[in-house]
Design a protein around this ligand. Structure first.
Ligand code: NAD
Length: 459
């Protein structure tokens, strides 16, 4: 089938049929085809860069420099990394063969699953749709993408970028909200990659169970940031504020709350407040470097969280602009609403601990988070926190940095997700590692067959 001849089919099922026929034609198998697909995606994204940045500004008030680094630039970096390494990733890997199988050779062959469904969220709408996509096509799959309806201008630009780079029989975008996802989930895809909240993650996994479709779930949660008394507080304040307030706190790996040793709480709060002023000025609303909340429903949810605690900086909001000031909340209790669910906005509660034992016990009682941050000068404290607190990823003396190394898998554990991607891990997430043994026929060990004369283990 020539994928380039088909118009976008009307329904998810027609689209899937067309993609399945294209996949079965074998066209996506050669590494040269996959490399070419990555190059075309790169060119289409570079060509639409200005449009993408304008759409991110319209949907999320995203400052262009931040939007470039975290969206367009990030995707281009992952494409370039994949282009450099794809030939090696895709190569069958020879393995040693036990004597029992002599004469034989054994290898692991990474095989594409076939047709994949990728469902994205709104907060980094470009990166979180296109980085999974590049893994899917690098591994030789076809893909249907469903961008979030909550970042509609970006979704439109993404649909154009994808249509420029690919025929719909290879990669296509389906627009829409819950109904569109439900319709797609009713189809039999060969793998599903979902990024979003745990509630919808469960819906996706249930739908996938019907066909036993493998799923990758990239979810969120409350990522703790523990600050020990031995930490460098100036550096900690800068790195925490940077990770928290970029994209107005709407980052899945943002430090959700700070848990600081009581002896340095006041100093840290003061430095965090000073850092916010240094980053965004005395009136962050006018700062070109501070974003907006995605919609009024999320604005209302966040504004309601400002009622408790004492704002060391920020605390104000403006519904008409969907603006929530970058806020550091001191004097927060564990029972306050802000500590019940993932905040996903520019509000940073600070709680204190008396002993590391108590801090660890608190965090152990929570769901396993997507990210765990610890700021400490003492290596023993760093190691103990890493050892005793499981999480999707972790970072010592910084935030967000764990996902900036393409050699590290990015993903959650437990409630924060299932599976991982980035770099080689994206390729592997969209591949089935097929075991193959090729046996020779010139020798056939008779003792292997009944009637048995000795235990096979002896052989
Ligand atoms: P969401 O779960 O509401 O939506 C994600 C996608 O699911 C959207 O495309 C939406 O159309 C679809 N969807 C929504 N409701 C659905 C339903 N009932 N049935 C089927 N599909 C449905 O998530 P969101 O609000 O877009 O994103 C915020 C969440 O995503 C946060 O929890 C955040 O931590 C998480 N997140 C995780 C990562 C990560 O990489 N792990 C990255 C970004 C965001």
């Amino acid at each position: 089938m020539d994928a380039s001849t088909s118009c976008p089919p009307a329904s998810g099922s027609e689209l899937l049929q067309a993609q399945r026929a294209f996949f079965r034609s074998g066209a996506t198998r050669p590494v040269a085809f996959r490399r070419d697909a990555l190059v075309r995606l790169r060119a289409a994204l570079v060509g639409a860069e200005a449009e993408v940045l304008a759409a991110l500004q319209a949907d999320l008030g995203r400052p262009p420099a931040e939007a470039y680094a975290s969206e367009v630039g990030f995707v281009l970096g992952e494409i370039d990394f994949a282009l450099r390494h794809l030939a090696r990733w895709a190569r069958p890997r020879k393995e040693r063969t036990p004597p029992l199988l002599f004469p034989a050779t054994s290898w692991i062959h990474p095989e594409p699953y076939g047709c994949t469904l990728i469902v994205g969220p709104w907060n980094y709408p470009v990166q979180l749709l296109l980085v999974p996509l590049l893994g899917a096509i690098a591994a030789g799959n076809c893909a249907v993408l469903k961008p979030s309806e909550l970042a509609p201008r970006t979704a439109e630009v993404l649909a154009r970028v994808v249509a420029t780079a690919f025929p719909p029989g290879h990669v296509a975008v389906v627009q829409g909200g819950v109904d569109a996802v439900q319709e797609l989930l009713a189809q039999r895809f060969d793998s599903i990659f979902f990024t979003g909240g745990a509630r919808v993650g469960r819906i996706v996994m249930q739908a996938a169970a019907r066909f036993l479709t493998p799923v990758t779930l990239e979810l969120g949660g409350k990522s703790p940031c523990i600050v020990d008394a031995s930490a460098d507080l100036d550096v900690a304040a800068r790195r925490i504020a940077w990770g928290k307030f970029m994209n107005a706190g709407q980052t899945c790996v943002a430090p959700d709350f700070v848990l600081v040793h009581a002896s340095v709480r006041a100093q840290l709060v003061e430095r965090l407040a000073a850092t916010v002023r240094a980053f965004y000025g005395d009136a962050p609303r006018g700062s070109p470097d501070f974003g907006r909340i995605v919609n009024t429903a999320h604005f209302d949810r966040l504004a309601a969280l400002l009622g408790r605690g004492r704002a060391a900086v920020g605390g104000d909001s403006d519904r008409a602009e969907r603006y929530i000031a970058p806020t550091v909340l001191d004097g927060v209790e564990w029972t306050d609403p802000v500590m019940q669910d993932e905040i996903f906005g520019p509000i940073l509660p600070v709680l204190e601990f008396a002993t590391l034992d108590a801090a660890i016990a608190r965090v152990q009682a929570m769901e396993r988070p997507l990210a765990l941050y610890v700021f400490a000068g003492e290596r023993a404290v760093q190691d103990r926190v890493l050892r005793e607190l499981p999480s999707g990823g972790a970072c010592v003396n910084d935030t967000v940095a764990q996902l900036l190394n393409p050699r590290l898998p990015f993903g959650g554990v437990g409630d924060s997700g299932l599976g991982g991607y980035h770099g080689r891990h994206s390729f592997e997430t969209f591949s089935h590692m097929r075991s193959v043994v090729r046996r020779g026929t010139w020798f056939d060990l008779a003792a292997k067959y009944p009637p048995y004369r000795m235990p096979l283990a002896v052989l």
